[in-house]
Every structure is written in C-alpha cells, then in structure tokens.
Design a protein. Structure first.
Length: 212
C-alpha cells in the first residue's frame, strides 16, 4: 500500500510541477500513511493540503484513534469534495466490505450534509465483454463500494489507437522487415512516411496485441 502511495505522490507532484501555474495556484499534495515523522504529521495538521494521500488502514486509524494530532487531520477534512480509490479491483471479499464501510463512515464524518464526488480507478477490473457490459460491471462495483448510485454512463474507458495506417497488417509488412532493418534510415522521417514504415507498423501492431 505504501509503495503505491509513494508512486502516486511522485506522479502527482510531477504533474503539478509541469502545470506552469503560478506558485499560489498550484495544488499542495501530502502523504499520510505512517511513514511520516512526527514533524511531518504536525505540518499536515497545521497546514491542510489540497490532496491527502493515504491508505485504508491509516484512514481507519484517523477515524478511530484518539490521538490529538490525527483528530485534527480528520477534522481538517470536513467538507471533503472528493474521495478517490485507486486499484478498485483489489477491494473484494472481506477487504472490499471493510473498505465500503470505511468510505461510508468517512462520508458521514467529513461530508454529512453533501455527497462528495467519488472516483475509482482500475486498469484491470473489467476487460471482457462489450463496452456496455464492462461499464455496467464497473458501475455496480463502484456503487457498492462508495455507497452512492453510479451509472454506467459515468464509467470511462481508454482504448489504444494505432498511430500507423490501420489498413496495414502484419502480413503486409512482414516481408519488408528485413530490408528495413538492413537499410540506413534517412535523416528525416515525416509522419506520413512513418505511418507506412514496416518497422513502425510492426511495432504498433505488436503493442496493441500485447495490451490485449
């Protein structure tokens, strides 16, 4: 869990740094997972960040532990606008039930008068069936975990689209691969040439197949 959180904070901070926004408009993100020093925890309690990354075990402690500092951190979350669960597919069985209850308690504690926007992410939760069936499956899981109705129209999927000419298949370029590998590439390759270049087509098709 901590490895995932560490990876997330690095990526989020990278996006914030590259945003080009002035300092006063940049979001502040902090991690609160038990890895932090007492000084770090105190700073988070005294200066609430815009985004607080944690895990479900620490969230449970924040809601139940009678530590004055932790109590201040959870009080700072009053009026919470977003609840985000990453790796949604991992919350199943007993753990899934525990996280679902935790989310409801968090909502009751921090947003009793309004419904926060709930977001779940997963790369592998539903990969089979039609787009409609996958959307319905994803919406059903998210609704049960977050305790709020989420329709299939709210489920967003990504798909790969070849950058090369999609009329060309492996059989069309396979016999051209050897000459392409032994030939010297020109100093400049335009997008139009690359779209039909045997190596580019082969690489693009392989990436799509591997992703499936």
């Amino acid at each position: 869990m901590n490895a995932l959180t560490n990876s997330q904070i690095n990526e989020i901070e990278k996006f914030i740094t590259q945003s080009g926004l002035p300092t006063e408009l940049k979001l502040v993100v902090r991690r609160y997972t038990g890895q932090e020093s007492q000084e770090d925890r105190q700073r988070i309690a005294d200066a609430p960040p815009d985004i607080l990354l944690t895990n479900f075990m620490m969230a449970e402690l924040l809601l139940t532990r009678q530590d004055q500092l932790d109590t201040k951190v959870i009080e700072n979350a009053n009026g919470l606008n977003f609840i985000v669960l990453d790796e949604l597919h991992t919350y199943r069985g007993r753990q899934g039930g525990g996280v679902a209850i935790l989310v409801r308690r968090l909502r009751n504690r921090c947003t009793p008068d309004k419904a926060p926007i709930c977001i779940g992410t997963s790369a592998t939760m539903a990969n089979e069936g039609s787009d409609i069936n996958r959307a319905e499956a994803g919406a059903n899981v998210a609704s049960r975990l977050f305790g709020t109705p989420i329709g299939p129209e709210s489920v967003i999927y990504e798909s790969l689209r070849r950058a090369t000419d999609d009329r060309l298949e492996l059989d069309d370029v396979r016999r051209k691969l050897a000459p392409a590998l032994t030939s010297v590439l020109p100093a400049e390759l335009t997008d139009e040439v690359l779209k039909e270049h045997p190596l580019a087509v082969w690489t693009a098709i392989k990436r799509v197949f591997d992703a499936r």
